[in-house]
Write a protein that binds this ligand. Structure first.
Ligand code: BGC
Ligand code: ZN
Length: 367
């Protein structure tokens, strides 16, 4: 079968490889699920992997098959697999267990190991291929009614984990009832965070860079949320307009200085969720005393979040289902840039790096 791979360590090395088609029996104990890949989304992580800033090949290979945002249809299952059957639509999780206690209890997204295993990202081949096989434990069923938008589930899980963790942390307050949230960034993750927080009944203000109107601001307003640019309302100043600040802030800009502005926009007892994977080495000067004082006197919390385990994939399916009922067609408007066929990997990467109006770029691997 064909697959799209990079040579880790070599910038802009994307190429097609020919590989053995996997089989259900590659997974022991009758637990294999063989999946025909239909769509695979790409994101900033794929950009960094192709730029050789990130990603390692699996042991024994000099290439890494990329792609971690999967969507496909079950082709065959092993004898012990009961929760999916041939024909079902499925998405696979990304990280695989390492050795820490968190990995052992099914929460590899919380691993404390220094090495982590992620399909399409680090040490394991990804999904930009015609087929993949995996253990049933890592395969999540997608309802028929979500098949057009199923490729958005993986980015959705990153949001689900961050928000679930925030609520979990806030149980410390016993009576926490968040009313107003801010989302930093109006890209795919920012849009999905705006959706999830809106579905939870919060008033949401989403901060972007591009002046409205454009597709992303339209999508935010279609949810009844508010779009502002950080030029017209600097984040650190925003509690002047939004009195008291925000009960929950979800940061997803990829621009780390915004973190320190967000810390100043957080309400008393608020929680700030950081989700941007910032590989660079940017430095900034911050009003350290002021930020620290606000955190101390306001009992505030800041938490980092990465990856997502099965629980968040299942929660993501529920929120996407609710979204389709409340805001029909909204999710599919995020699928802006399809690229047909694995062989058009150049076009895929070109759109990922250059398409200014892109929300989700994805490869339509098969119909
Ligand atoms: C993926 C996550 C992954 C993270 C770090 C993100 O793009 O969506 O699943 O854990 O990169 O590698
Ligand atoms: Zn990703």
């Amino acid at each position: 079968m064909k697959a799209i791979a990079v040579t880790p360590g070599k910038p802009d090395s994307a190429h097609l490889v020919e590989m053995r088609t996997p089989e259900v029996s590659d997974v022991p104990n009758g637990r294999g699920v063989l999946v025909r890949v239909l769509r695979v989304g790409v994101d900033g992580t794929d950009k960094e992997i192709n730029a050789a800033e990130y990603g390692q090949a699996p042991p024994g290979f000099d290439f890494l098959v990329t792609g971690h945002e999967s969507f496909g249809q079950v082709e065959a299952v092993g004898s012990e697999v009961t929760h999916v059957k041939p024909g079902d639509y499925v998405v696979a999780t990304v990280r695989r267990p390492g050795h820490s206690i968190y990995d052992l209890i099914g929460t590899s997204d919380m691993t404390t190991d220094s090495t982590y295993y992620e399909r399409g990202i680090n040490l394991l081949h990804g999904y930009l291929a015609e087929y993949y096989v995996d253990d049933a434990e890592f395969i999540v069923k997608i309802p028929q009614g979500l098949k057009e938008v199923g490729v958005l589930l993986e980015p959705m899980t990153v949001v689900q984990k961050g928000i679930t963790q925030a609520y979990e942390i806030q149980r410390r307050l016993r009576v926490w009832k968040p009313k107003r949230a801010a989302v930093m960034g109006a890209g795919t993750i920012g849009l999905l965070a705006t959706l999830v927080l809106t579905l939870r009944g919060l008033e949401v203000i989403t901060f972007g860079k591009t002046p409205k109107p454009y597709l992303n601001s339209d999508l935010i307003e279609a949810l009844g949320a508010t779009y502002v640019t950080s030029d017209e309302l600097p984040v650190a100043e925003s509690p002047k307009r939004y009195e008291g600040g925000f009960d929950l802030i979800f940061e997803a800009t990829g621009y780390s200085p915004i973190v320190f502005d967000s810390m100043q926009a957080l309400a008393k007892n608020g929680v700030l969720v950081l989700s941007s994977v910032t590989g660079g080495d940017r430095r900034v000067e911050v009003p350290a005393d002021k930020i620290n004082l606000g955190f101390v006197l306001g009992n505030k919390v800041m938490v980092g979040t990465v990856n997502a385990n099965r629980e968040y994939f299942e929660a993501g399916v529920r929120d996407m289902s609710q979204a389709e009922l409340e805001y029909p067609g909204w999710l599919s408007r995020l699928l802006t840039h399809p690229v047909r066929g694995l062989e058009n990997y150049r076009e895929l990467l070109d759109k990922l790096t250059n398409a200014k109006d892109a929300i989700k770029v994805y490869c339509q691997v098969a119909e």
